[in-house]
Design a protein around this ligand. Structure first.
Ligand code: 5GP
Ligand code: ZN
Length: 119
């Protein structure tokens, strides 16, 4: 898609810091990292969100996910890692090319309050 910033990152017309690439997916550092090592994994095929994602795109995307997680683990030595994906503006999606966030977690000083504790 010509007006999609993530398609432009894939074709190289917008620069990015590459973490991983294969024929189906591209992973790169988030330009506004929530924590050190915050990375985005995207399909090379333009897919708006999870609702629109064909099964083969999903398979190829998640096949790469452990590689990204382990690259982050090796490079940044976090204590944990959140993956999160926003679908639709109401859910916080701001770039309408599917992306899976990898947010390394360090300790209480990482500044994030993200937990999924049930009470
Ligand atoms: P969303 O809010 O859609 O789930 O996340 C979009 C993410 O894309 C944000 O974390 C934002 O910082 C990141 N982002 C937006 N534009 C660019 C860009 O041009 N380059 C990179 N590397 N990240 C971007
Ligand atoms: Zn796109």
């Amino acid at each position: 898609m010509s007006d999609c910033i993530f398609c432009k990152i894939i074709d190289g017309s917008i620069p990015s810091t590459k973490v991983y690439e294969d024929e189906n997916v591209y992973a790169f550092m988030d330009v506004f990292p929530l924590t050190k090592g915050h990375t985005l994994l995207i399909p090379k095929q333009h897919v708006q969100d999870l609702f629109e994602m064909p099964e083969d795109v999903a398979k190829n995307l998640y096949a790469a996910a452990p590689k990204i997680a382990n690259a982050i683990k090796t490079a940044f030595q976090p204590q944990g890692l959140n993956t999160i994906n926003n679908n639709g503006a109401f859910a916080g999606q701001s770039v309408f090319h599917y992306h899976l966030h990898f947010i390394p977690r360090y300790d209480e000083t990482d500044g994030l309050k993200v937990t999924w504790e049930t009470k």
